[in-house]
Design a protein around this ligand. Sequence first.
Ligand code: MIC
Ligand code: SF4
Length: 755
Amino acid sequence: MAFDIEMIQKVYANMAERVDKARELVGRPLTLSEKILYSHLWEGMPSQAYTRGKDYVDFAPDRVACQDATAQMALLQFMHAGKSKVAVPTTVHCDHLIQAKVDAKTDLARAKQQSNEVFDFLSSVSDKYGIGFWKPGAGIIHQVVLENYAFPGGMMIGTDSHTVNAGGLGMLAIGVGGADAVDVMSGMAWELKFPKLIGVKLTGKLSGWTAPKDVILKVAGILTVKGGTGAVVEYFGEGATAMSCTGKGTICNMGAEIGATTSTFGYDASMDRYLRSTGRPDVADAANKVAQHLTADPEVYANPEQYFDQVIEINLSELEPHLNGPFTPDLATPISKMKEEAIKNNWPLKIEVGLIGSCTNSSYEDIARAASLAKQVSEKNLKTKAQFTITPGSETVRYTIERDGFIDTFDKIGATVFANACGPCIGMWDREGAEKEERNTIVHSFNRNFSKRADGNPNTLAFVGSPELVTALAIAGDLGFNPLTDTLINEDGQEVRLDEPTGNELPLKGFDVEDPGYQAPAEDGSGVQVVVNPTSERLQLLAPFDPWDGKNITGAKLLIKAFGKCTTDHISMAGPWLRFRGHLDNISNNMLIGAVNAYNQKTNAVKNQLTGEYDAVPAVQRAYKAKGVPSIVVGDHNYGEGSSREHAAMEPRFLGVKAVLVKSFARIHETNLKKQGMLALTFAHEADYDKIQEDDTINFVDLVDFAPGKPLTLEFVHADGSKDVIIANHSYNESQIGWFVAGSALNLIAAAGKA
Ligand code: MIC
Ligand code: SF4
């Protein structure tokens, strides 16, 4: 039986009435995204139509998921909310803190030892507050959620940007910062600007070398890393229904890479099959009864232009396999053009490592198709040229693929099977020789490929592709190899061709597992003690941030003007820093160390305006903090792209930065800044970015009149005494201004809890 089946049945019981009411209010047929949004309003029954891209709306998500690296901060905050139990079904998944080095068993044992304190903390907080706990080794959050919790037509939030993966099972699943999760866990409404809608019509059918991954790699190329901002992407068409449920998951997963709020697919037979195969016939039966509400009204898909803000059409029969990268997931190159592009751009052609798996691509189908290629290595007397690694998404998948002989097949090509965890995808990869920082190429089936992300080496060029393409390329060891047209020379000197990958969507014998790694919480957790050692370097209880003093901020210094791409990896790096995710003071030592200083093009070297000397960003900011000098950060477009990690907002808040002024924000990061009581501002005139100088002192002129829809005026006083007045826009509504005034959103919840 499925987890929380009563909750799912309740959602379905309300659906017809709410969807009908919404259709009447909106006055036209509805997309699936609208049906899910309107049936999850905080107020219950819809009472008005909302304007997309404009109205802030309160929602009531059905569930919450957190992963270890973000759960620490989320739960440290939740502990201040004054509740005895979470208000909606919630789970915690231990997956980010396991470093890949030797193999699954060794690495898992080492991680359990090294992060024992954190795992114990998460386990006991989960036990106390009624949270389902997935132990280290159980799998990656999004795969475990897809296998156990996602359900068509549901709405969930998760403290990880790839929560959107559950769209593969027809949910609206949205990545958020921990403070948003705390709202929902505390039984409060969750606020989101009513999203815009992008429709993607998939015609034709995938075949041969092309995989679902190629759909999203292509979409990323079209929309770029910020093209989906503020929008839900809804996929439909014959190409969508013909695709596996897990393939849909891959497409939704990487919707995070285009900045989309989330992505989803209408309920279809592939979802029914996946639900049954993962032991949830009860959910499938319940969904089938309300199936018409779990997809768009037929008029919508017949005339999408009338209902979506933007429509993209992709013919799957013509889609080529793609490789995206390096350094950004939207640089899309069809495989037939790769050789030419690589030579033109001087990308090293030799592939050092091929890595498959991760939350994005470790379904049974993915692994089966990749294994069908690995099998050809011995059959055709080939030799695998690159190293090859696999990170299974869950113990269920791992156990099943081992049973079905795939692990054996990979073993034969010398593959390393890492633990069921994030590992190399998030810099938890102790790659031999990475410290030499040599220029080199890797290919993987993960989702992100920002600089330093996999192995910490800024000179590693990472290309993202489907697991089958990654496997073929690892066998060939050559970035320029096109398996559709090229041959390889085998050990006997013969020219051979790789046959197209094949594999079953789902295991014929069903999924199997001995120990899935789940721990249910105590029925009554009131007696459970949560201990945080005051001298711990990993965990630190939070102290509330100070409320606003009601005055204009004056005499602020420019901490850094960040140049170009500044993702959450640049603001609060992962990899070795993941160990401090529960200790705000310690992790603040990584604040903005990856951001490029616009004045000297260096990372982690900014001018301390009090001394005139250059120093590390955190050190300079700590010097300002010690002297009580406020500061601001300036940035470019899509600032805070990538992760949901709220550390990227809490660190500057903790160290005394007051405002972040940029050309544009990524959605989750903007909300995270607001929640933590920071000022998240955008240039009214983008060109003003260029007016800002290294020695500037900044005065807010009218912060005392901070109000919704009213831009703020900032005075930038230059070293020679001249000044520029810069207008900053913001998107704060009344209640969000309340967070700023109170010092943080949590301060308000805590005050309400005490009242
Ligand atoms: C990522 O893929 O960048 C992460 C690590 O999963 C993050 C979460 C985190 O930083 O903990 C995400 O995507 O939100
Ligand atoms: Fe983990 Fe990578 Fe997935 Fe993030 S994207 S959850 S780091 S596997």
